[in-house]
Ligand binder design. Structure first.
Ligand SMILES: Cc1cc2nc3c(=O)[nH]c(=O)nc-3n(C[C@H](O)[C@H](O)[C@H](O)COP(=O)(O)OP(=O)(O)OC[C@H]3O[C@@H](n4cnc5c(N)ncnc54)[C@H](O)[C@@H]3O)c2cc1C
Length: 384
C-alpha cells in the first residue's frame, strides 16, 4: 500500500493519530522502532483529569472525556474509565488561590463540576488524608482513571479495521527531506519509504527525531517514578487521586495497592535513562507517610516500582501542527506527562490538521509549534 501519511511512534499518541487519520480517509501506516511493550505509554499510571489551569488543557480533557465515554462503542475495547475524582490539597492561602484561579478557568472552559471543598468533604472523600496542615482544596468528580494500554490497543485495532498498516520492531527511523519538504522516512537498513506527510508521534524522543531532520522541536525527556505498595486493605478502591500541592506528592488506588508518585528532578547522566533511582524512593517515603499516615504500616513492593519518561515542552503544553521549516512534517508532541489522557483529543486534532490544514473541533492556536520562537508561552501552573 502506498500510504498518504506515515506516523512515527507506536505509543498511545501514534495509535490515536493512526486511527483518526484512517477515519478521515487517509491511507495510514504507523511505524515503530521497538516491540510493543516499550515507550512511555507502557509506564503511565492511568490518571485522567480536566482540572488544569489553562483553557486549552481543560478543552483537551473535555474532548478526550467525551471520546472516552464512547471509546468502547467506537473501538471495541473498554478504556476502564473510572471517575474516582482528583482531590487537590493546599497547605497555604497562596496555593489555595492557585487552585481557585484554576477553578475559574475550568468553569469558563465548560468544566462545571469542579469545586472547592471543605475539610469535612476532604475527609469524607479520603478518610486516610492527614488534614491538620491543610487550608482547603478542590475536587472534580469526573476526573479519575483509565487504562493506558487499553486506549492504545483500542485505537490500534480500530485503525487496522479501517485499513491502516501497523508495524512494530522495524528499528530507528529518520525523516528524509527534499527542497524543504518531507520526502518520506528511511529505515536503519537504508530502505526509503516515500510519503509526502509524516506525523511525529515519537514521545520523549520527538525532539531527537525532528533535529535529525533539521527541525527544532523543543521536547525533552524527564524521568518520573512510581512506587507501589504491597496489597493493603487500607487503600479503598474508590479513593480519589489525592495531590499535595506543596510538593506534588500524589497517590491513587490500584488493585488493592497504592501507587505513589512525586515529581523530583534528580541529576542524571543520560537524559533518556529510565532506570529506577533509589534516591527518589528515599525522598518520597516520608512525604507519603506524612500525607497518608496509614502508609507507615504498609511496605513498598520494590520489584513492582518503575520509572519512565515524560515528554516535556517548555510550557508543559502539547505541540500540535505542521513544522514551519519543513512542509509535510507534523507534530503531535510535548504533552508533558498528560499524553495518555489527552490522546483521544490530540489524535483527532492532528488528523484534522493533516487533512484540512487546521483543527476544526477546537481552536488549537495555543498549541502551535511556533509559539516558542514568538515567546508566547502558555501559563499552566503545572502542579503535576
Ligand atoms: C511514570 C509515568 C506516569 C505517567 N502517568 C500518566 C498519567 O497518569 N496520565 C497521562 O495522561 N499520562 C501519564 N504519563 C505520560 C504518558 O505516559 C505520556 O504522555 C504518553 O505515553 C506519551 O505517549 P506517546 O505515544 O507520545 O509516547 P510513547 O508511548 O513513548 O511512544 C513513542 C514511541 O515512539 C517511538 N520512537 C521514538 N523515536 C523513534 C524513531 N526515530 N523511529 C521509530 N520509532 C520511534 C518510541 O520507541 C516509542 O515507542 C506518565 C508517564 C510516566 C513516565
Amino acid at each position: 500500500m502506498k500510504a498518504d501519511v506515515l506516523v512515527i511512534g507506536g505509543g498511545v499518541i501514534g495509535a490515536s493519530a493512526a486511527y483518526h487519520l484512517s477515519q478521515a480517509g487517509l491511507k495510514t501506516r504507523l511505524l515503530e522502532r521497538n516491540e510493543p511493550f516499550q515507550g512511555s505509554t507502557t509506564r503511565a499510571t492511568g490518571g485522567f483529569r480536566a482540572q488544569f489551569s489553562t483553557p486549552i488543557n481543560v478543552q483537551l480533557s473535555l474532548l478526550s472525556r467525551e471520546k472516552l465515554l464512547r471509546f468502547q462503542e467506537e473501538t471495541g475495547i473498554d478504556p476502564c474509565y473510572q471517575p474516582n475524582g482528583y482531590l487537590f490539597c493546599a497547605r497555604n492561602e497562596s496555593q489555595l488561590q492557585i487552585l481557585r484561579d484554576a477553578l475559574r478557568v475550568q468553569h469558563q472552559a465548560g468544566l462545571t463540576e469542579s469545586h472547592e471543598v471543605s475539610f469535612e468533604e476532604m475527609k469524607r472523600l479520603n478518610p486516610a488524608l492527614f488534614t491538620d496542615d491543610l487550608v482547603g482544596g478542590t475536587f472534580c468528580p469526573t476526573d479519575g482513571f483509565m487504562v493506558p494500554m487499553n486506549l492504545r490497543e483500542g485505537y490500534l485495532q480500530a485503525a487496522q479495521r479501517l485499513g491502516a498498516i501497523i508495524e512494530y520492531g522495524i528499528g530507528e527511523l529518520r525523516v528524509v527531506t527534499e527542497h524543504g519538504r518531507v520526502k518520506g522516512v528511511q529505515t536503519v537498513q537504508g530502505e526509503t519509504i516515500d510519503c509526502p506527510r509524516v506525523v511525529n508521534a515519537a514521545g520523549a524522543w520527538a525532539g531527537v527525531l525532528a533535529r535529525a531532520a533539521g527541525v527544532d522541536l523543543p521536547v525533552e525527556p524527564l524521568k518520573r517514578h512510581v512506587a507501589v505498595t504491597q496489597p493493603t486493605p487500607n487503600i479503598p478502591p474508590l479513593m480519589p487521586m489525592t495531590i499535595d500541592v506543596e510538593d506534588g506528592f500524589h497517590l491513587r488506588p490500584y488493585q488493592g495497592r497504592a501507587r505513589l508518585l512525586m515529581p523530583l528532578d534528580l541529576s542524571v547522566h543520560d537524559p533518556f535513562d529510565d532506570s529506577f533511582d533509589e534516591r527518589w524512593l528515599k525522598a518520597i517515603l516520608p512525604k507519603a507517610c506524612h500525607r497518608i499516615p496509614i502508609l507507615s504500616n504498609v511496605d513498598i513492593d520494590r520489584a513492582a516500582c518503575w520509572a519512565g519518561l515524560y515528554e516535556m515542552s517548555p510550557d508543559k503544553h502539547a505541540i500540535l501542527g505542521e513544522a514551519k521549516e519543513l512542509s509535510g512534517f507534523y507534530f503531535v508532541n510535548g504533552s508533558s506527562g498528560h499524553g495518555v489522557m489527552h490522546s483521544p483529543a490530540l489524535g483527532q486534532l492532528i488528523a484534522e490538521i493533516v487533512t484540512h490544514g487546521n483543527a476544526k473541533i477546537i481552536d488549537t492556536f495555543a498549541l502551535r509549534p511556533e509559539r516558542f520562537i514568538e515567546q508566547d508561552f502558555n501559563p499552566e501552573q503545572g502542579i503535576l
